[in-house]
Design a protein around this ligand. Structure first.
Ligand code: SF4
Length: 409
């Protein structure tokens, strides 16, 4: 039986944050129950199409999964267990917005088999949270964290965003220190990406707020690297830190370019040499499933050349692991250095890559210029510009967007 990671998308939010362009919608409460029924339908169709699949990791993300009543989120988890062979040891993550949970809800998640909670905190500064249009303040974020511990969660991630308009290094340091004082097992830190047509981008375009400063964001990233190393966290992926043994196993499946199924509106899948994406609008998704159609919006066969490039780009996100040359050879029957010899040589000369026994990794400087390194492995291969520092790589390339989610829920 083939092993996969399973992602389930819940596209609902209580309200839309000012910076968010994720596939999430507020005000769709009437669709909650039909959507959960449609998800169960998609699971049954996948079982019929692909046969039994062994699920190593399950990740329920959004949107805000915890915008659903607990009973409906429980139905989603039950449907996963009914239609897939979910390993007893599977990592089961649910994303939660601190403004949507209490201790009873969190205890219910734990009782339903959720083993990892990812809290979208984003900042411990109330002014910044207001700027971002978040549903919660810093006090509620701290309270949600304590409630998760009281409920019995032993594996908690906090998402934080840096590089906000007007944010100072001192304020970012204060947010980091408050996160560290709580002692989560895992931290995901993302540079704000300004998305077109969001209220925040509009305010910046109108001159009401300063534009984010790339150099300052790079300084904040370096500060985080130092503070988190001092606190004993392992920097295992460009944007992710963990206590040893608490690396996110689900996201490691993405970064190792291993197969996963994504279910729900707008979810992406990579399975059996194909990548596909479901329709984004929840209403259309529900209607398609009601008609008995699989709600696929686009699908492409991935050529071996593209699969190699994506394996390189995703692998380079892993700080220590990098691209494992032996695993690359076993997977593609080709030497990494034969396929990308010129690129590796150039990037090593520029101080952006390092090649050691059996692995190729980004250097410290390469991590700040990740986007430009990644582009070098794609068809078309633009030249690398190294004239300025840049850490806005959480959305490295279109091909890696599905595996690099930033500052949400
Ligand atoms: S950032 Fe998260 S909570 Fe806010 S609208 Fe986007 S998905 Fe919803």
């Amino acid at each position: 039986m083939q092993s996969i990671g399973l992602y389930v998308h819940i596209p609902f939010c209580v309200r839309k944050c000012a910076y968010c362009d994720f596939n999430s919608y507020a005000g769709l409460e009437p669709l909650f129950a039909p959507y959960v029924r449609a998800l169960a339908g998609e699971m049954r169709s996948r079982l019929a199409d692909q046969g039994p699949l062994h699920v190593r990791t399950l990740y329920v993300g959004g949107g805000t999964p915890t915008a659903l009543p607990l009973s409906l989120l429980g139905d989603v988890l039950s449907a996963c267990h009914a239609n897939f062979d979910v390993a007893a040891s599977a990592e089961v993550t649910v994303e939660a917005n601190p403004g949507t949970v209490d201790e009873g809800y969190l205890a219910g998640l734990l009782a339903a088999g959720v083993s990892r909670l990812s809290l979208g905190v984003q900042s411990f500064d109330d002014g910044e949270l207001q700027l971002l249009g978040r549903l919660h303040d810093a006090g509620q974020a701290r309270q949600a964290y304590r409630q998760a511990r009281a409920a019995g969660f032993h594996n908690v991630n906090l998402d934080l965003i840096f590089g906000l308009p007007g944010q100072t290094v001192a304020r970012w340091r204060a947010t980091l220190q408050q996160a560290l004082a709580l002692g989560p097992e895992h931290l995901s830190l993302y540079a704000l990406t300004l998305e077109e047509h969001t209220p925040l981008a509009g305010r910046i375009a109108r001159g009401e707020l300063p534009a984010p400063d790339d150099d300052l964001a790079a300084e904040m990233y370096e500060l985080a690297e130092a503070e988190l190393a001092r606190a004993g966290y392992v920097h295992y992926e460009i944007s992710n830190w963990a206590r040893p043994g608490f690396e996110c196993r689900h996201n490691l499946i993405y970064w190792r370019n291993q197969p996963y199924l994504g279910l729900g509106a707008g979810a992406h899948s990579w399975f059996a040499g194909r990548r596909w994406a479901n329709v984004c609008l929840p209403r259309i998704y529900v209607e398609e499933m009601a008609r008995g159609h699989l709600p696929v919006a686009e699908s492409e066969e991935i050529s071996p050349a593209l699969e190699m490039a994506e394996t390189a780009i995703l692998g380079l996100r892993l700080v220590e692991e990098g691209v494992d040359l032996g695993a690359f050879r076993a997977r593609f029957g080709a030497e990494f250095t034969d396929v990308y010899g010129r690129e590796v040589e150039e990037l090593v000369d520029l101080g952006l890559l390092e090649a050691s026994t059996g692995r190729v990794r980004l250097t410290r400087r390469g991590r700040l210029l990740g986007n430009q390194v990644f582009q070098r492995f794609l068809p078309g291969k633009p030249n690398v510009r190294t004239s300025h520092r840049e850490i806005r790589m959480s959305r490295a390339t279109r091909t890696t967007q599905h595996a690099t989610r930033s500052g949400k829920t």
